[in-house]
Design a protein around this ligand. Structure first.
Ligand code: HEC
Length: 142
């Protein structure tokens, strides 16, 4: 069998497996680390570089579109709402940053972005016996 064709078949099988099982908790953790980096970049640049804040807010939106889809797929409407509210907050941050409205940025980052990090962590994060945190089970939203 031609090598490229073989790779193509393997790739198709792997992507089918991904559809069957959904995104993993490891993937979720990656998104959380990305969120942390985007949030830090936003907070650090509020006073000095609104364009950088706008860019970080776009990064947050990209990450949280995936986070929202993850919870939708897990049928967890409460977590999905935190993710979608954060998405809207990040869009508002991007808009204010693009317009150079730095006065608004601290307020939006606290009241529309971080509040959702905090609320969701309170509801959906639990200590893992191996150290660190994991996704809480069963779904606390029910
Ligand atoms: C929809 C729910 C939800 C939202 C919103 C959310 N997180 Fe998380 N986060 C979790 C869960 C559940 C875990 C534990 C599982 C894991 O580590 O992947 C977690 C873990 C983390 C971790 C890993 C280390 C730790 O402290 O547990 C970081 C860092 C993190 N989140 C950052 C953020 C930041 C920053 C935001 C906001 C920009 C955010 N998260 C918003 C659910 C959420």
């Amino acid at each position: 069998m031609n090598c490229l064709r073989f790779i193509g078949i393997i790739a198709a099988v792997l992507s089918l497996a991904a559809v069957a099982t959904g995104e993993t908790d490891e993937q979720y953790h990656e998104w959380m680390l990305q969120s942390q980096a985007h949030l830090a970049a936003s907070l650090e640049n509020v006073e000095t570089d609104p364009q950088r804040v706008a860019e970080a807010a776009r990064g947050l939106q990209e990450t949280f579109k995936q986070v929202e889809a993850f919870w939708l797929q897990r049928d967890a409407p409460l977590a999905q709402r935190f993710a979608s509210s954060l998405l809207e907050g990040a869009a508002a941050v991007e808009k204010a940053a693009s317009e150079g409205d730095t006065g608004e940025l601290n307020r939006l980052l606290a009241s529309r972005v971080r509040i959702n990090c905090i609320r969701c962590h309170k509801a959906y994060r639990e200590r893992s016996p191996e150290g660190g945190y994991r996704i809480k089970t069963p779904d606390p939203g029910r």
